[in-house]
Design a protein around this ligand. Sequence first.
Ligand SMILES: NC(=O)c1ccc[n+]([C@@H]2O[C@H](COP(=O)([O-])OP(=O)(O)OC[C@H]3O[C@@H](n4cnc5c(N)ncnc54)[C@H](OP(=O)(O)O)[C@@H]3O)[C@@H](O)[C@H]2O)c1
Length: 242
Amino acid sequence: MPYSLKDKHVLIVGGGSDIAAALAGDLLREGAGVTLAGRNAEKTTAAAKAIGDAVRPIALDLSDEESIGAAADQVRAAGGLDHLVSAATERGNAPVRSLERRALLAAFDAKVVGPILLAKHFAPLIAEAGSLLFFSGLAAWRPSPGLVAMAATNGSVSTLASALAVELAPTRVNALSPGVIDTSNWDAVVPDKQKLFQHIAASAPARRVGDPSDVSAAACALLTNPYITGETLHVDGGARWS
Ligand SMILES: NC(=O)c1ccc[n+]([C@@H]2O[C@H](COP(=O)([O-])OP(=O)(O)OC[C@H]3O[C@@H](n4cnc5c(N)ncnc54)[C@H](OP(=O)(O)O)[C@@H]3O)[C@@H](O)[C@H]2O)c1
């Protein structure tokens, strides 16, 4: 049965995010093995422990190719993997006139350069019928002032998924583009996230913002469906059309 995640091994990069945690939990319940990768060892170990004792933490910094290569060596030694997901992001949000090169490069490292290097080092380790999944986001498809870095990086993710799907075939490569998802990091972005969410929900066709479980369910579909590759799946409650 190709649609099963049972006994598959999935590596999730950017493991500190709520979306990564939701996906890791769902994967465990489906019988998959999960490795969580993050740039901060202590934080990643704590995040893995919070999800379950079976989750293995490893160190991986998307802005450092040596660290990506070392993580790939560890995964190879442990027997390879079936799927790799990168849910990492560095937002780099600022009006373009005050945007700093350093922040812009960090955003591209997390979402574009890092994922390309993940493909370079990990694609050879992916088992038959396996896949890579990268995270895009609504900012690419509904640009807003002040989100130029986010729009450009998320748009690039979609392009790199189709380019890699062609080059790495038959390994599948897809992108997932969430809309506004109720995750804890919003607390640092706006003073009252519930007020913002109500405003967004009022005009969104789904009439609500997303939950990490919405994203996780869509990610599992992309990981398991053997006939989807080079695709960007929008999980935004129709927000692109509102
Ligand atoms: N939440 C939303 O509303 C929303 C909307 C659209 C798209 N998305 C996309 O969905 C994905 C998950 O979102 P989220 O909001 O759950 O993310 P998040 O909470 O901001 O977490 C992002 C993660 O990326 C990690 N990261 C950043 N730079 C890294 C690097 N160089 N190497 C390794 N890890 C790095 C961070 O590590 P540290 O913990 O060390 O900082 C953090 O764990 C992201 O790709 C995001 O763009 C989310």
